[in-house]
Design a protein around this ligand. Structure first.
Ligand code: NAD
Length: 371
């Protein structure tokens, strides 16, 4: 029986298939040069699945993804699907994957490659060398907790409400992910909440403190109010190593951190489930932060590096191939200093290229680094 890693590939819509094809060229490079082989199953998701099957994710595709060691995702959506009923919108395919695999931990690195320092809106000295890992709780809190809804009061006033609610086990499991990551980085965790005004924030802080006392060896923990954290992220972002926070604050803080890096086409992410108690296997889905970019889809113009860096996260976090992940990141850095760049990261002195040109430049860099 093959001992190859089982990889589910869901390219999706718009530029998804373009950046995925480019990334799989790099997977092929690793198969040829490093004997790193994958058994790849490809499936349809989002609008592509709706067009072919009438649903954004079939049960078979979900089962294939759950049987795989990891899922690599492209992007879903597009204006042609905007008027579909809610249950079959392309995004429901992604949400179903997250829900069925209970992917509660969203990892969003915000890294500034030296060659792209000038793409940030912040001063070079503020962002140069930046490397933050944001860990966002993804399946609880205000986007899911009940009661939530909208009602009309007796006097005719409409009111709408959501609930921010967390239990200790939900906080502990995301805290554990943050501590584990910090141990492989600089060992510093900042936990952000609003313990000054929210009960859920008080509990979050208590549980994080207790978890740190019980399981925080080798890691420092600092608590920060989420509003101050937003300010610190743009004032002095390099003070952060790992930042752990709930679903709502994580949504906002991870987008803030993302923009420190200057380009959507460069940002990867990972969503992880809990490790299985007996096998240790955890569900994991890797995807770029960007969407399907309908404005440039089909033109071969998309930057494939966010998808490639998602693949690199997969090697690091699902397959323990940290050396190979490092090699990809070095090759990306080297390629960014080459002559060619995609439009989203264009700068004076470079020549504009497309998806293929950019990935070929990375592959050339891999060849040179492996020599
Ligand atoms: P988007 O990320 O698709 O695009 C925003 C802008 O960034 C566009 O100008 C686009 O051309 C550019 N861009 C994005 N990725 C790029 C890349 N790799 N290279 C070069 N330029 C890139 O966001 P949007 O326009 O708000 O959404 C478009 C569609 O994508 C919508 O249907 C939306 O629902 C969907 N979407 C999907 C996901 C996902 O699949 N996870 C995430 C966000 C948006």
């Amino acid at each position: 029986m093959s001992s190859n890693k089982k990889l589910m590939v869901l390219a999706g819509d718009g530029i998804g298939p373009e950046v995925m094809a480019a990334t799989l060229k790099v997977a092929d490079w690793f198969a040829r040069h490093r004997s790193l082989n994958f058994d790849i199953t490809e499936g349809l998701v989002g609008g592509a699945a709706y067009d072919a099957k009438g649903v954004p994710l079939t049960d078979e595709t979900l089962a294939d993804a759950m049987a795989a060691d990891a899922t690599l995702f492209g992007a879903v959506g597009g204006p042609q699907y905007d008027d579909l009923p809610f249950e079959v919108k392309p995004e429901r395919g992604l949400l179903a994957l997250r829900k069925e695999m209970d992917l509660f931990a969203n990892l969003r690195p915000a890294m500034v490659f030296p060659a792209l320092v000038s793409s940030s809106t912040l001063k070079p000295e503020v962002v140069s060398g930046l490397n933050i890992m944001i860990v966002r709780e993804l399946t609880g809190g205000v986007y899911f907790a009940e009661p939530r809804g909208r009602e009309t009061l007796a006097d005719g006033t409409v009111r709408a409400f959501d609930t921010n609610m967390y239990t200790p086990p939900e906080i502990e499991r995301i805290g554990r992910v943050a501590f584990d990551l910090a141990r492989k980085r600089q060992g510093r965790v900042v936990s952000a909440e609003k313990a000054n005004v929210m009960h859920s924030g008080v509990l979050w802080r208590e549980v994080m403190t207790a978890l740190h006392q019980a399981e925080g060896d080798g890691v420092t923990l600092e608590h920060m109010y989420a509003d101050n954290c937003a300010m610190q992220l743009v004032r002095a972002p390099k003070q952060f190593d790992v930042l752990v926070t709930d679903n709502l604050f994580g949504d906002i803080l991870s987008d803030t951190a993302a923009m420190l890096t200057g380009s959507l086409g460069m940002l990867p992410s990972a969503s992880l489930g809990a490790p299985d108690e007996t096998t240790g296997k955890r569900f994991a889905l890797y995807e770029p932060v960007h969407g399907s970019a309908p404005d440039i889809a089909g033109k071969g113009l998309a930057n494939p590096l966010a998808e490639l860096l998602s693949f690199s996260m997969m090697l690091r976090y699902s397959f323990d191939q940290g050396d190979d992940a490092d090699l990809i990141e070095q090759a990306v850095e080297k390629a960014l200093s080459g002559e060619l760049r995609t439009g989203d990261i264009m700068a004076d002195g470079f020549t504009q290229t497309g998806t293929d040109g950019m990935i070929d430049q990375v592959i050339n860099s891999l060849d040179e680094l492996a020599r």
